[in-house]
Structures are given as C-alpha cells and as structure tokens.
Design a protein around this ligand. Structure first.
Ligand SMILES: [Zn+2]
Length: 179
C-alpha cells in the first residue's frame, strides 16, 4: 500500500511516511549545495522539519480530543496528517488550527531572536533561522488561504462555530436555571 512512500520516522507512536517525490526533491536541492553552499542542505532539512512540525500540531490537538492519529505523510511542499474524523465541528476547527499553531510556536521565539540579535555569523545557522522565521510565516499565510485543500478552507469556520457554541451554552444555562 505504501510502495510510493518510505517510512522515515515514528515519533509519539505516529509513523511518518515520506513520498518518493519528496525524497527526490530533497536530494536534488541538497545536491545544489555543491553550487550554492552547504546551507542548502540545512534549508531543506529546515523545511522538512517545519512541515513535520505542522502535521504534529494537527496530531497533538486530535489526540487531545481523544481521536486516533493514524499517520503523517510528507510531500515536497506539504504534509498530510490522517486522523479519525472529529464528530464535533468545534473540535475539528481546533485540530485544523493545530498545524499553524505549532508553526507559530516556533516562529515567535525565532523571530524575536532575529529582531534582538540579527542574523548569526554562521551561514548554516542562518539558513535554519531564515526557514523558521521568514519561510515559516509565508507558509502559514499561504496555508490559511481559504482554498481547498489548504487548512484555510476549514480554519476560518472556528469563529462562527465558537460564537454559536457560546450562544448554545447560554441558552442551556437559561434553561437549567429558569427565573
Ligand atoms: Zn495542515
């Protein structure tokens, strides 16, 4: 079934599969390091780490609500986290936000570090800082565009769902304690 995928990792009981095109794409980009410098390898590793972090963000929130997380797949520019479909649209919207939340939790400290300290004297480290701050914020923005299959398609439902949930809770309270 997974002949097109290679299992590269299993962390927190979640197997991570990498699609062959991701492997090929990564190797080609890393090979370009011959021309562009060793930092290209770190750029590629940083992007893969970011994609992985995003999917683990979905996995974290899915597990928090008690849903089964099956696997994570990595493609060249995106990942897929397969989890049991939540039976509550509020919980689903939170799980959808999980990916961007995980990215943001890396973006914030790295961006603060860059604002205070600036780039380092080490090109290899700078490649990672660049990915975790600038590339990261672009990826987050892109992912939140409301266009399938991006997370933005479902993420923005959270606000109306939350408002409705609050209204329902208030109604319930009123019903329980009649004046
Ligand atoms: Zn996502």
């Amino acid at each position: 079934m997974y002949s097109e995928f290679y299992k590269i990792w299993s962390f927190w009981g979640i197997p991570v599969y990498i699609h062959w095109s991701t492997a090929l794409f990564s190797i080609l980009l890393a090979l370009s390091s011959v021309l562009l410098g060793i930092q290209m390898i770190f750029f590629v590793l940083g992007v893969l780490f970011l994609l992985l972090l995003h999917e683990y963000g979905h996995a974290f929130f899915a597990r928090r609500f008690g849903y089964e997380v099956e696997q994570i797949e990595l493609f060249p520019m995106f990942g897929v986290c397969s989890y049991e479909t939540p039976n509550d649209e509020y919980e689903e919207a939170i799980v959808v936000w999980g990916g961007v939340v995980a990215q943001f939790s890396l973006f914030l400290p790295v961006m603060l570090l860059l604002v205070v300290m600036g780039m380092s004297p080490f090109p290899v480290l700078n490649a990672l800082l660049f990915v975790f701050a600038y590339f990261n914020v672009i990826l987050m923005g892109f992912n939140l565009i409301p266009f399938p299959p991006l997370d933005g398609t479902r993420a923005w439902n959270l606000l109306p769902i939350y408002v409705q949930k609050r209204v329902e809770m208030r109604e319930e309270k009123k019903g329980r304690f009649p004046k």
